[in-house]
Write a protein of this length. Structure first.
Length: 221
């Protein structure tokens, strides 16, 4: 593999995971995905019992050294929701500039959503970006509205950005063969997601499916 043909950036984030067998498919039908989409302002993707909405920071131009970081690689706000009995659980990340951190935290806390971490994912980047991990339990529509309020105090584009079909890079097959999972293209970045279905985890009184959080590898051309 020639380094100049493809610049690969592997971003590994291993968090709460569990087997999807413990999460009934009926829960996906109970989750109010239409209400979430209306409250948060954008439709998401339903995978098993998880509904995930993403907001790339396409307003930012961030460099790590001399490399421009594509938003889809490491600058994506996202929120995922699963049903838990009569309530729901949300988990996700916010990608923030320094002056956006406190206002976003205040909006999350005002809506009963807790912070589980505040740290950096990139090194030597300019401008500096920080990442808030949040978690909440309650009504999914109310939590979606709270996340929308937190996004609204940032410069994150809040509306869908349409694009045409994207082609996998030439080395996609080789990368998929090494990792053992198929990938897909989004935002000019080749992604491979690997659910940890071998681990059984419960959080906030609910079983967390393996596709709720996962190991993720991204590669930009």
């Amino acid at each position: 593999m020639k380094p100049h043909r493809l610049l690969c950036c592997l971003l590994l984030s291993l968090v709460l995971t569990a087997s999807p067998e413990v999460f009934a498919q009926s829960n996906a039908q109970q989750l109010n995905v239409d209400g979430i989409a209306k409250a948060i302002g954008k439709e998401g993707d339903l995978t098993g019992g998880m509904y995930k909405v993403s907001f790339p920071r396409s307003d930012l131009t961030v460099k790590a050294g001399n490399v421009v970081i594509k938003p889809a690689l490491a600058l994506v706000n996202w929120a995922a929701f699963i049903k838990s009995d009569s309530n729901a659980i949300t988990y996700g990340d916010l990608v923030l500039l320094d002056d956006e951190i406190n206002p976003a935290i205040s909006k999350l806390e005002d809506n009963g959503i807790e912070l589980s971490a505040l740290h950096n994912h990139l090194l030597h980047e300019n401008p500096r970006v920080m990442y808030i991990h949040f978690v909440g339990r309650g009504d999914e529509v109310e939590m979606a509205n709270g996340i929308r309020e937190a996004l609204a105090v940032t410069k994150t584009p809040l509306y869908p950005i349409t694009s045409g079909p994207e082609t996998k890079p030439d080395l996609a097959g080789e990368i998929e063969g090494i990792i053992g999972y198929l990938g897909s293209m989004a935002g000019g970045v080749f992604h491979i997601n690997v659910p940890r279905n071998d681990i059984h985890v419960a959080a906030m009184g609910a079983a967390i499916p393996g596709y709720f959080t996962f190991i993720s590898a991204g590669c930009r051309g």
